[in-house]
Design a protein around this ligand. Sequence first.
Ligand code: NA7
Length: 442
Amino acid sequence: MNFAAERLEIHKHTDYNTRVSSAVWDENSLAWTLTSDDGRRYRAQFCFMATGHLSAPLQPALAGRDTFAGNTYYTAQWPHKGVDFTGRRVGIVGTGSSGVQSIPVIAQQAKHLYVFQRTPAYCMPAGSRPVPPEEADALKRNFPILKEKAKYQPALSFIEAGEKSIFDYSSEEVRERLEDRWQKGGFPFLQAFTDVMTDTAANDILAEFVREKIRERVKDPTTAEKLLPTTYPLGAKRPILDTDYFEAFNRANVTLVDAKDEPIDCITPKGIIAGGHEYEFDDLVFATGFDAMTGALARIDIVGKGGVALKEKWAEGPQTYLGLGSAGFPNLFLLNGPGSPSVLANCIHGAEYQVEWLTDFVRHLRTTGHKTIDVDSTAEREWVDHVNEVGSHTLFVRTNSWYVGANVPGKPRVFLPYVGFGNYRRKCEETAAESYKGFIVA
Ligand code: NA7
């Protein structure tokens, strides 16, 4: 990135242990003052908030949470040296991606593993495998072509997305198509047809396919039944890729504690009481998720023009233009921010596109002799409405998930990402072509 290279002094301040606690805009010097936990202060003309969309871990609101006398681990803050569960009794709360991916691994080591499930998960096989060198070489050679082809794809991904409705195929063709994608593993299964995330009837067909697979994978029919997701559409909570998740429940040392029969009452020094029964263990793992998309920004006191705090401005939900900036917070840019495709697209390539776009914008600012970039509040309001309008046609908004902030008590229910990278890129291109319409350059 040329912009970073031009500003090499940035690297002088690189410190991996620095946690920024506040960022305050100074209207006189037209710069941000950043303060870190250790009291050091930094001045910056521009702030790029690459703070992550799933980087603010949540502690679950469970009675007695901090009374457990054994070791407590959060999947989001896993000890870098690793944890050895050999010979230990372990309890794990949460069966989202982190739980699903930890459970089979912990089960292999632990003496006994108790899995506390509140909502069963739809999982698709990850299909992870060693890639033979010649295949890896071919992929590397083709990478620029694949990247070019993906540019206007809805998820900015290399996946060959289906181009027709599921109802354009016979049931045999649907089955064949799904089975083929299932065997290959990964997200292509979800993208076999155009209407899986917009039409409940289409979604139901894939959801039932996944439930059939769960019934095949889990030997005990009662346990299998408890693991079946039935209360929400497939993909409306973040879809999960698994390796041997359901097979873990075939092991004698794994017990599923399902909230339908045994909701968690509280945590105790010895373990967890669920449905009136106390499950005792040595180690407790929380795989309970994140304050997604806005959590990391909310944990920094960001104060913009006129002393307005970002937290106040976003009290009813995030307001951004293109997910890149928010009116009243000049020269502060969001990467993979709310209101941008972010988590619904390839996040790495999405952020790369935003960095390049913003770099061009900052270069434009400099060449035109200006100092600040702010967002026009009308453009912002229209963009927020557009994000909601597009989201309202999908099944995402009908489900309680972190996509809508439903996993954080008190968080306003707002659909956070923007659906459709292709349209987003076109809108960003138009904006730049029209002298950055919707932004205020001064
Ligand atoms: P997720 O996907 O938010 O999953 C959190 C899990 O924890 C989920 O099963 C929750 O159940 C469960 N949970 C949360 N709080 C509680 C309480 N109080 N009691 C019982 N169970 C609870 O987080 P992950 O870390 O797995 O994954 C986050 C993202 O990282 C993921 O989407 C990928 O994009 C990568 P619930 O479903 O709310 O009933």
